[in-house]
Design a protein around this ligand. Structure first.
Ligand code: SF4
Ligand code: SF4
Length: 435
């Protein structure tokens, strides 16, 4: 099959230094800090209070809202605080701090779910606490239950992992191949979707080979090597590349008959159906110019990032910037007490040179930001309107379609902070819509 690809995109240095680093399991940290919002959707209410004892896999936060998932304890121990903290952005989130007892006693509620229908499958996935593990954090059970009039004919499995540095999905493909295939089979079986396509960038030939071998006798699962081009792993780009379909502005993949899941998410589905252990741990790539030993680590959710860096051997130089996620779409952290969350796939510590924020210059109207934008936007115009506080005009520029991939800022010779500007514009439009 000939793939059509998508418009725009950039080629940042790949820096996949940890591709051959098999995952190492980190032990129990001195404390875990578990935020009550680690997903897109409604905030969870706390189900425990200070002084309570908790067990591994116990629900400690939940919500009645449909677009939300429960949050589970990753350790056994005692709740030492329930308090608001700033995690990212400016809004405080309630967090549960737990001092582990070191025993890792598992909750009696942890048992394989009984699944015998689509409804019970979707309920099980919600109960598991699964949100997209590729970094977006969208509750998976919502994806698996699209509107009745949406005819989904293709399950797309995202193994592209196009951001520099990050190799956690690559390690998933290499170390957990069987669970990926089993998870896909489960999703196909219980949702009735007829086929699955796995997409992996062609800079990971070993993962492509391994998965192709694993599905060689399965008619309805195929593996496809994709051109290495950022942001190949963005949902809309992946759909366009693999199926040629374009998700219209403001619409979801279900609108064009697709459902997209990450490789780690489907592998988790297989594991959860067998064991009933909810989402309490995450594979995280640790890398960056300040890091002594780049590696892939399996971390308990809630572990402060400072502890993870310490486990990897600490720093060779004082980091000027710590990023959760990749350098293109990740968020800068203000403290190493911020915990690893469900959507954390990488932690980067950058030295003075790599972490420096360049000085912005005036736009020279070169148009490069326009030519690389995969969403066909006009980043320089949006930036101009935001800087001039002309938020009312932003609607006309489809600013809400921006996927915040950072291609425009990456390519800009004037070092304009275009993505930040566009984020501000989107925030302003959201506030306006709320009013
Ligand atoms: S790439 Fe930078 S300098 Fe060129 S048009 Fe866009 S904002 Fe202006
Ligand atoms: S405008 Fe948005 S979608 Fe377009 S390149 Fe910039 S960040 Fe990416």
């Amino acid at each position: 099959m000939k793939f059509q690809g998508f418009r725009g995109g950039v080629h940042p240095p790949q820096a996949k230094n940890t591709m051959e680093c098999a995952t190492v399991r980190m032990g129990i940290p001195e404390k875990v800090i578990i935020p009550m919002q680690q997903h897109i959707g409604a905030l969870c209410q706390t189900m425990v209070k200070k002084g309570d004892t908790v067990k591994v896999g116990q629900v400690i936060g939940n919500s009645d809202a449909y677009v939300s998932v429960p949050i589970h304890s990753s350790v056994s121990g005692t709740v030492t605080a329930v308090s608001e903290r700033i995690i990212s952005g400016s809004n405080p989130v309630v967090c549960i701090e737990i001092k582990p007892d070191g025993l890792q006693e598992v909750s009696e509620d942890v048992k394989p779910p009984v699944v015998d229908s689509k409804e019970s499958f979707i309920k099980a996935i919600r109960d598991s606490g699964l949100t997209g593990l590729g970094g977006a954090g969208f509750p998976t059970h919502v994806k698996l239950n699209p509107p009745k009039d949406a005819k989904i004919d293709t399950l797309i499995i995202n193994g592209a992992e196009c951001e520099p540095y990050i190799t956690s999905d690559y390690r998933e493909c290499m170390e957990n191949t069987e669970n990926i295939v089993e998870g896909i089979k489960n999703v196909l079986r219980w949702t009735g979707i007829p086929k699955a396509m796995i997409g992996i960038e062609d800079n990971k030939p070993e993962a492509i080979k391994k998965l192709k071998k694993a599905v060689e006798n399965i008619d309805n699962i195929s593996v496809h090597g994709l051109k290495t081009l950022y942001p190949q792993g963005a949902e809309k780009m992946l759909i366009k590349t693999l199926t040629g379909r374009e998700v219209p502005p403001g619409k979801l993949p279900s609108h064009v008959g697709c459902l997209v899941m990450n490789v780690a998410s489907v592998a988790f589905v297989a594991e959860y159906l067998k064991t009933g252990m909810p989402l309490i741990k995450k594979r995280v790539t640790v890398d960056g110019s300040s890091v002594k030993t780049p590696m892939n680590i399996e971390v308990l959710i809630g572990t402060p990032v400072g502890e993870v860096f310490k486990f990897s051997g600490g720093f060779v130089s004082e980091p000027a910037k710590i990023i959760m996620g990749g350098p293109m779409m990740g968020i800068s952290l203000y403290s190493d007490e911020i915990p690893v969350m469900k959507y954390t796939n990488a932690l980067l510590a950058l030295n003075e040179k790599d972490g420096k924020i360049p000085e912005e210059n005036v736009c020279i109207r070169c148009g490069r930001c326009v030519s690389v934008c995969p969403m066909n936007l006009l980043p320089f115009d949006i930036d101009r309107l935001v800087k001039a506080n002309q938020y009312d005009d932003l609607d006309k520029y489809n600013v809400m379609d921006c996927i915040e991939c950072g291609c425009c800022a990456y390519t800009c010779p004037a070092k304009r902070m275009l993505t930040q500007s566009i984020r501000l514009g989107k925030d302003a439009l959201r506030r306006k819509a709320k009013k």
